[in-house]
Ligand binder design. Structure first.
Ligand SMILES: O=P(O)(O)OC[C@H]1O[C@H](O[C@H]2O[C@H](CO)[C@@H](O)[C@H](O)[C@H]2O)[C@H](O)[C@@H](O)[C@@H]1O
Length: 390
């Protein structure tokens, strides 16, 4: 029996935790490894290998199916809340050494605020923001994950000072309809659908409009798999299939846990017919997407290039996100040695982000400059917002 340390992260739902899962041969999980060893947050978000799932479900091997359901369960706040202490110091539960060590490796962005501003001096800051769980609260109905007016006002302010992009797993049009800011860049479908502001941007060098769809040829297939999944899962109460244009989400947040295995089998039976699609896992969501090598990290690189910063040393990208899919972008920043990633999380989790956002109470001093103020209030809102999450 091989013991594998698998990190399951549900940042938005305050459910980040490291779980040691004993998995025999464990082909079930493939992790996007995040080196280097000395860097904070080695490890990665879990990608469920489609082949492994397909195989395991196909042969009806109880252990493998259970492993999948275990993974779904581990992304559940109720399970993790009860087992992992929050990063916030509490009277009843003094911080564990693991927690303090995590915080020392991923210090609060607020505590490091002055250093961050100093490091960005003379460079063009470019902001990348995840949507669900970062700008909007996690709610049961994905169609109602609205952004608050104050968050919108903050993002508007940020965009006035820096080129700003929303990078989301959602369909680009949908995330645009939630954010409602024309001046931003939007990268929907996990970065597979990128569009710049219709009126252009004062930051962009050159007049070419920014538009890129990395998986256009998959459109008919995604439509097909969406319809098949809707049909197949309709017998599972609470299951919701969301068409994100270049990918599909199967939500199980409202599905009775006893029915998760049934849902897993339904999804498997559909995916069997689509060998060019792969399956990954998000927050109480199974995400089906093309097998192309494109993710939020690639979208970040694409946008930096489109903005004219491809080989620049004077650019400072900042990516704020809370999900496993954001790790691809954090890793790019770490590898480039440019800017930094901020993980919004109440709990320790494996991450390539440099900094974290945990508690609003950490905000102590007000920085001086206007730019700093924008950052400060932006961070502060994210902190505050995070505390309201389920
Ligand atoms: O990259 P993101 O912007 O974070 O999008 C990832 C997924 O977010 C949405 O699902 C999540 O938020 C829902 C609303 O709060 C919640 O109900 C769900 O359980 C979460 O997984 C979105 O609906 C998905 O399509 C995105 O892939």
């Amino acid at each position: 029996m091989t013991k594998q340390n698998v990190v399951l992260s549900d940042t938005t739902s305050t459910i980040n935790m490291a779980i040691t899962v004993a998995v025999t041969n464990s082909p079930f999980f493939t992790t996007t490894a995040q080196k280097p060893p000395a860097a904070p947050g080695q490890g990665g978000y879990i990608t469920i290998s489609r082949n492994s799932i397909m195989h395991n479900l196909e042969i009806g091997c109880g252990t493998r199916v259970n492993a999948w359901v275990d993974s779904m369960r581990a992304s559940s706040p109720t399970h993790i809340k009860s087992t992992l202490p929050s990063l916030a110091p509490s009277k009843s539960a003094p911080p564990l050494s693991a927690q303090s060590s995590w915080i020392s490796r991923h210090p609060s962005a607020l505590d490091m605020f002055e250093q961050i501003i100093k490091a960005s001096k003379g460079k063009q800051i470019v902001m990348f923001l995840d949507y669900d769980g970062t700008l909007s609260p996690i709610v049961e109905d994905p169609d109602r994950a609205f952004m608050s007016k104050s968050m919108r006002a903050t993002v508007r302010k940020v965009a006035r000072h820096f080129p700003t992009a929303i990078v989301s797993g959602r369909c680009r049009d949908k995330v645009h309809s939630f954010v409602k800011l024309e001046e931003l860049y939007y990268a929907g479908s996990h970065g597979m659908d990128i569009k710049g502001p219709a009126k252009g941007s004062k930051y962009k060098k050159g007049s070419q409009p920014v538009f890129f769809q990395a998986a256009s040829e998959f459109l008919p297939m995604i439509d097909q798999v969406y319809k098949a999944l809707v049909e197949k899962t309709k017998s599972t109460p609470g299951a919701k299939v969301e068409n994100n244009k270049f990918c599909v989400s199967v939500h199980y947040r409202c599905v009775d846990e006893k029915k998760w295995i049934e849902l897993a089998h339904q999804v498997k039976s559909v995916l069997k017919e689509f060998p060019k699609l792969r399956l990954t896992q998000g927050r109480k969501v199974l995400e089906i997407r093309p097998t192309i090598k494109w993710d939020k990290g690639k979208a970040l690189e694409f946008l930096l290039e489109a903005l004219g910063f491809a080989n620049c040393t004077d650019v400072f990208p900042v990516y704020i996100g809370d999900d496993r899919t954001d790790e691809d972008a954090f890793k790019i920043l770490r590898d480039r040695g440019q800017g930094f990633g901020i993980l919004v999380s109440k709990f320790p989790t494996d991450t390539s982000a440099s900094y974290s956002l945990q508690e609003p109470a950490e905000a102590r001093t007000l920085p001086n400059s206007w730019t700093s103020m924008v950052f400060f209030f932006f961070f502060f809102q994210l902190y505050f917002f995070k505390c309201l999450l389920i």
